[in-house]
Write a protein that binds this ligand. Structure first.
Ligand SMILES: Cc1cc2nc3c(=O)[nH]c(=O)nc-3n(C[C@H](O)[C@H](O)[C@H](O)COP(=O)(O)OP(=O)(O)OC[C@H]3O[C@@H](n4cnc5c(N)ncnc54)[C@H](O)[C@@H]3O)c2cc1C
Length: 302
């Protein structure tokens, strides 16, 4: 979508936002798939209610982009604009056991920054790409750790109330790759309460998790991590592997040879290739196991 009206363009910029025209989502997502649209980069949280009211008043829909590591975006001219938080200069502030973190901060860098201040607990999240905001939205987790366990409070733009609020950790429920935030709420910053640990101990935990990831995941290839959530008590990857589907492909969209729940863009895969592969694998798993796999990857359809 291209924002045509010069007055609207000026109003968006006057609120302190950057407007980038014709941005390719293929370049902003880890899968390397997706069409083009205008992108609004937000520098001041306080400008968000006015910005979104402005877009709504013009009938322009928006999607919220974090680091793009869990997204499959359709091809072509997209019928929505994309909004993203700009990276602030101070991403993380430490006060005792509390780390106050901007949602635009890179999750991996945050884990190591906290480690250097002898704050641990998040070692398992070291290899999860993307932003802290994206991790909160998805309740990202790995190797027995999930970010929700450490949340003390979240500053969030509540879409229904159209204002910014602070929610305490016990007002939010964090489940497996799911949270109680409304779909159009926007996480702006978070305070995590982290256990004290010596740096050397945290570093050892980080090294172990990095090694496990390197041994089991196609890290050099374009992917969005796990495509499907694990059904209760089962492993989606194991089921797909047992069906002999590693290497199975539609166009350049391929089930990874290393990890059957990672689907990779092995060249110039289109969104339709990847969606067809997802639908095909889901159908085969349903036929063989009677289980309908649910997407973990977030799909931005037209
Ligand atoms: C190689 C690889 C390994 C991975 N391993 C793991 C893993 O071990 N565990 C795991 O949980 N995930 C894993 N993932 C998936 C992904 O990294 C996580 O889901 C990550 O937390 C997504 O963050 P993001 O900022 O990239 O979000 P995006 O991909 O940009 O967005 C994902 C969703 O979150 C929403 N969103 C993003 N930021 C915000 C915000 N601030 N406020 C509101 N909504 C927001 C978006 O609108 C979208 O709906 C992996 C991905 C890759 C590529």
């Amino acid at each position: 979508m291209k924002i045509e009206d010069p007055k609207l363009v000026a109003a968006i910029r006057e609120l302190g936002n950057d407007l980038e025209r014709g941005t390719s989502l293929a370049e902003l997502t880890y899968l390397g798939i997706g069409g083009t649209t205008d992108l609004i980069r937000i520098h001041r949280h306080e400008a968000i209610p006015d910005l979104l009211n402005l877009l709504d008043s013009q009938g322009i829909s928006h999607r919220f982009l974090g680091g793009g590591s869990n997204l499959l975006v359709v091809d072509g001219e997209l019928p929505f604009v994309v909004v993203q938080l700009a990276k602030p200069s101070d991403e993380v502030l430490i006060d005792g056991n509390i780390a106050a973190i901007d949602a635009a901060a890179d999750l991996g860098r945050t884990v190591t920054f906290c480690a250097k201040h002898n704050l641990g607990g998040m070692e398992g999240l070291i290899g999860v790409p993307g932003t802290v905001g994206g991790a909160l939205r998805m309740n990202a987790g790995a190797y027995g750790t999930q970010i929700g366990s450490y949340v003390r409070e979240v500053k969030v733009y509540r879409a229904a109330a159209r204002r910014i609020e602070i929610l305490k950790g016990d007002q939010i429920s964090f489940e497996y790759r799911h949270t109680s935030f409304a779909p159009d709420d926007m996480m702006l910053s978070v305070k995590l309460e982290l256990p004290s640990k010596p740096f050397s101990e945290i570093l050892q935990g980080i090294r172990i998790c990095n090694e496990k990831r390197r041994a089991s995941q196609p890290l050099g290839q374009k992917s969005a991590g796990c495509i499907f959530k694990n059904p209760p008590g089962a492993s989606a990857g194991r089921m797909i592997d047992e069906l002999g589907l590693k290497g199975f492909s539609v166009g350049d969209a391929r089930v990874s040879d290393r990890h059957a729940n990672f689907f990779v863009n092995a060249g110039k895969a289109s969104a339709s290739d990847m969606l067809a592969l997802i639908a095909n694998v889901r159908e085969r798993v349903r036929g063989a196991y009677g289980v309908t796999l649910e997407n973990e990857v977030v799909v931005w359809n037209a």
